[in-house]
Design a protein around this ligand. Sequence first.
Ligand SMILES: [Zn+2]
Ligand SMILES: [Zn+2]
Length: 172
Amino acid sequence: MFLLDTRPLKNSPGLTEKYTWDEEIPVGDVNTGSVVFSGPVMVDVDITNLNGNFVLQGKVKARVLLKCDRCLEEYLFPVETEISEIYRLISEAPVADELDNEDITGFRGDYINIAPELVKSVFLALPMKTICNSECRGLCSTCGNNLNQAKCDCAAINIDPRLAVLKNLLKN
Ligand SMILES: [Zn+2]
Ligand SMILES: [Zn+2]
């Protein structure tokens, strides 16, 4: 669990603590949305108590399974990104404007579960366009064959339909 114990910091304004994790995102405990993690996530953060605001900053390393836009095959994408978040302890029954600043994430009790923000930072580091390899040939638009794995004759036929007719004639 990516639970951060705030007890050493709570009564020590100005204090910074270091936390590290190297573990899998607990399945079912955290909504990972469209992000598919492969293996453990490495987290290395500093957290500072700044007048009751817990300022978290650090690095996140993970491997994510993506689907190639061209060939539709899955591939592993290494993510190395930053996490930066401000948490504030909120009372059991928060006052309406207690968290009016939306840059601040509330937490209750002694522990902060950083998993949701972790997933968010990884999600934001993913590429808009997913290509398994810059050399990826993609799928044949005619027969759907994965051109990285095998050739098909469609390309030749598409270039010149008359050639295709010829080819068929030659076959017979
Ligand atoms: Zn591909
Ligand atoms: Zn084809």
